[in-house]
Design a protein around this ligand. Structure first.
Ligand code: C2E
Ligand code: MG
Ligand code: MG
Length: 596
C-alpha cells in the first residue's frame, strides 16, 4: 500500500477478536499497521476525540452500548476518519444501518482474511480522502484555503443559534481591501492573488492573537474567517464580552494590513475598510446581519477608507470613546497622571481629624480631571486596577509616613480596595511589601472593602481578612447598606468600623426611612463594638442628627472636600496650631453625644 504507518484503533470488548485482528494485519505484506486496542465505549469516545488514528474498527457489541451508537457519537463529535464496523454474523439490515450512519464498510468477523481486511482499510481511507477533497472544494476557497461563502453562512448560522441560546453577543466583520483593483492593474493578477493569500494569513494571525477576546480555541477562530469572493473577507467573532471588543479586533486587523507586503519583489502597501454588525442587535438572521455589516463597510469606505464602522452609528462614538479611554488608562501610570486626594474623617465627639481617606484622581493630558466613578469600572474590566491599586496603596502609605515625620502620627490612612485587587492571591504579600518599603506601622492603614467583596468567595475572604487583621491592619466596610443584606458576616469578620453609605445620609433628617435606617445601622454597629462613620455629610442638620444618634465619625463636604496632599498638610497644621480648623458648624453642635 504505502510506506506510511497506518494507525488503527480497534474498539472491541473481546480479547480474542483483538488477537485475530492483530494476526490478520500482521499477515498483510507491504504495509505497516499500528494497532491499538481498547475495550469500552467511554474510553473510545475519549481517544477518538484526540484524532490520532487513520482508521477505526468498531465491534458491534460493546457491553451496554452498540458499535452503531459509538459511530453516531464520534461522528457527532466531529470524527472525520473512516470507521469500519465488525460483527459476529452477517445481517443485511445492520449492514445498511451502519453504512447510512456513516460507516465506511461492514465486515463479518468469521469471514475476514488478511487481504479482505487490507482492502477494506485501503478503500475506506481512499474513499474518505476523495470525500474530503470534494468537501474542501465545496466549502473552501481554493486560493486562500479559507472557508468560502457557503461554509461561512453555515458557521454564522451556528454562531447565531449559540448566541441566542446562551444569550451572548457576537460580531460579524465585513472587510474589503481598498483600491484592490489598482493592485491587479498595476502588478498583474498573479501578484493580486498572492496579496489575497497574504491578507488571509495576516487575518488568521490577527485572529489567533484575538483568541482571548473571542474565547475560542485557535482552530475554531481560523475557521471563522472566510473569503466571500474577490477582495471581500468576513470574520465571525463569537462570544464577545463587550461591543467594543470587535473594534479592538478591527483596529488590530487594520494595523496588521497596513504593514508592507513584499510580493514578487514588489513592495506593496494596502489598507482595508471594515464594517461591523453585532448580533443579535443588528439582525437575528444570516442575511440581515451580513447585509448590515456590508452597509457598515460601505460607510467605512465613504468615511475615507482604512477605517472601521459599526452598523449603528451610535456605537462608533461610544466604542471609540471607551477604547481611547482604555488606551489612555494603560499609559496613565507611567505618565504619572494619577494623584491622590485625601478627605478628612472627623471624630464627632472630639471634633478632631482622626483619619484621611485616599481618593484617586486622574489628570488626563487634555487637562480634564476624571473622577474614579468614571474610570475605576473600566480599570476593573481591563485588569488595570491591579497596578493602579498597588500605586494607590504605596503612595498613600508613603504620604502617611511623610505626615508622621511632620508630627501627625495618629492619623491613619484609609485606602479603597477593589474586589479584583482583594482576590489576587498575593494581596496580603503586596500589603506586607508596602509596609516594608514605606516603614509604616500596620495600625496606620485602614482597608475599605465593600459588601460585595465580602460576599464574593466568602471563605477565602474571611481567611484573608483574618490574616490582615492579625497583622494589625484595620478593616472597614465601605458604602454599608448598599450591598447584600446578609448581616451574619459582620460577626465573623474582625472589623474596626463601618461606613454608612451616602445615600442614607442625603435625606437626613427629613426622610423617616433614612432616619430609621441610619439609626438602626448605628445601633447595630455599636452592639457589635464597631465604630460608625457617616459618609457624605453636607449639612449641619445631618451632622446634628448623626451626632444625636451617637455616630462616631463623619466624612463630607460639610467639613472638607477631598484635597491634595499639600492642602491637607495645611489643614493638619492649622488644627495643631488651633487656628480655626474646625468649621464653625462643628462648634455649633449643641446636642450631647449619645452612645447607645
Ligand atoms: P467612597 O470610597 O465611598 O468615597 C467617598 C466618595 O464620596 C468620594 O468620591 C468623595 O469625594 C465623595 N464624597 C465625600 N463627601 C461627600 C459629600 O459630602 N457629598 C458628596 N456628594 N460626595 C462626597 P470619589 O472620590 O469620586 O470616589 C468615588 C468612589 O470611587 C469611592 O467611593 C471609591 O469607591 C472609589 N475610589 C476612589 N478612589 C479609589 C481608589 O484609589 N481605589 C479604588 N479601588 N476605588 C477608589
Ligand atoms: Mg471609600
Ligand atoms: Mg463610600
Amino acid at each position: 500500500m504505502t510506506d506510511k504507518v497506518i494507525k488503527i484503533l480497534l474498539v472491541d470488548d473481546d480479547e480474542d477478536d483483538y488477537i485475530m485482528t492483530r494476526d490478520l494485519l500482521s499477515g498483510v505484506e507491504g504495509t505497516h499497521y499500528e494497532l491499538q486496542w481498547i475495550k469500552t465505549y467511554d474510553s473510545a469516545v475519549e481517544i477518538i476525540d484526540q484524532k490520532n488514528h487513520d482508521v477505526y474498527l468498531f465491534d458491534y457489541h460493546l457491553g451496554e452500548h452498540t458499535g452503531l451508537e459509538l459511530l453516531l457519537q464520534v461522528i457527532k463529535n466531529g470524527c472525520r476518519a473512516p470507521i469500519i464496523m465488525l460483527t459476529g454474523q452477517g445481517d443485511k439490515e445492520l449492514d445498511m444501518q451502519a453504512m447510512k450512519t456513516g460507516a465506511a464498510d461492514y465486515l463479518v468477523k468469521g469471514h475476514i482474511n488478511s487481504p479482505l481486511l487490507e482492502r477494506s482499510i485501503r478503500y475506506a481511507i481512499e474513499r474518505k480522502r476523495s470525500e474530503e477533497d470534494i468537501y474542501r472544494m465545496a466549502y473552501y476557497d481554493i486560493l486562500t484555503n479559507l472557508p468560502n461563502r457557503l461554509l461561512f453562512r453555515d458557521r454564522l448560522k451556528q454562531a447565531i443559534g449559540l448566541a441566542e441560546r446562551y444569550n451572548r453577543l457576537g460580531a460579524v466583520m465585513f472587510l474589503d481591501l481598498d483600491n484592490f483593483k489598482r493592485i491587479n492593474d498595476t502588478f498583474g493578477h498573479y501578484t493580486g492573488d498572492q496579496l489575497l493569500k497574504s491578507t488571509a494569513e495576516r487575518l488568521k494571525n490577527c485572529m489567533r492573537k484575538c483568541d482571548s477576546l473571542s474565547r475560542q480555541n485557535v482552530d475554531d477562530s481560523v475557521d471563522t474567517i472566510a473569503r466571500l469572493g474577490g477582495d471581500e473577507f468576513t470574520i465571525i467573532l463569537t462570544e464577545i464580552k463587550h461591543i467594543e471588543d470587535s473594534a479592538k479586533v478591527a483596529q488590530r486587523i487594520l494595523g496588521s494590513l497596513s504593514e508592507q507586503f513584499v510580493l514578487n519583489d514588489h513592495e506593496i502597501f494596502i489598507s482595508a475598510s471594515v464594517g461591523i454588525a453585532i448580533y443579535p442587535h443588528d439582525g437575528k438572521d444570516i442575511d440581515s446581519i451580513l447585509k448590515n455589516a456590508d452597509a457598515a463597510m460601505y460607510h467605512a469606505k465613504a468615511e475615507g477608507k482604512n477605517n472601521y464602522q459599526y452598523y449603528k452609528q451610535s456605537m462608533n462614538a461610544s466604542a471609540l470613546e471607551k477604547l481611547t479611554m482604555e488606551n489612555d488608562l494603560r499609559k496613565a501610570l507611567e505618565r504619572k497622571e494619577f494623584t491622590l486626594y485625601y478627605q478628612p474623617q472627623i471624630d464627632i465627639a472630639k471634633r478632631k481629624i482622626v483619619g484621611l481617606e485616599a481618593l484617586i484622581r486622574w489628570h488626563r493630558t487634555d487637562k480634564t480631571v476624571v473622577l474614579p466613578a468614571d474610570f475605576i469600572p473600566l480599570a476593573e474590566e481591563t485588569g488595570l486596577i491591579i497596578p493602579i491599586s498597588n500605586w494607590v496603596i504605596h503612595t498613600a502609605c508613603e504620604q502617611n509616613k511623610a505626615w508622621q515625620a511632620a508630627g501627625f502620627s495618629n492619623i491613619p490612612i484609609s485606602v479603597n480596595i477593589s474586589n479584583l485587587q482583594f482576590q489576587q492571591k498575593n494581596f496580603v504579600n503586596t500589603i506586607v511589601q508596602v509596609l516594608r518599603d514605606t516603614g509604616l506601622r500596620p495600625g496606620n492603614i485602614i482597608l475599605e472593602i465593600t459588601e460585595s467583596t465580602i460576599m464574593h468567595n466568602a471563605d477565602m475572604v474571611f481567611a484573608t481578612l483574618y490574616e490582615l487583621s492579625c497583622m494589625g491592619l484595620r478593616l472597614t466596610i465601605d458604602d454599608f447598606g448598599t450591598g447584600y443584606s446578609s448581616l451574619s458576616y459582620l460577626k465573623r469578620i474582625p472589623l474596626y468600623s463601618i461606613k454608612i453609605d451616602r445615600s442614607f445620609i442625603k435625606e437626613l433628617p427629613d426622610s423617616p426611612d433614612d432616619a430609621a435606617i441610619s439609626k438602626a445601622i448605628i445601633s447595630m454597629a455599636h452592639s457589635l463594638k464597631l465604630r460608625v462613620v457617616a459618609e457624605g455629610v453636607e449639612t449641619e442638620q445631618q451632622l446634628a442628627f448623626l451626632s444625636k444618634q451617637g455616630c462616631d465619625e463623619f466624612q463630607g463636604f460639610l467639613f472638607s472636600r477631598p484635597l491634595p496632599a499639600d492642602e491637607i498638610f495645611k489643614l493638619l497644621t492649622g488644627e495643631r496650631n488651633g487656628a480655626g480648623l474646625m468649621l464653625s458648624s462643628l462648634h455649633k453642635i449643641s446636642e450631647p453625644v449619645q452612645k447607645t
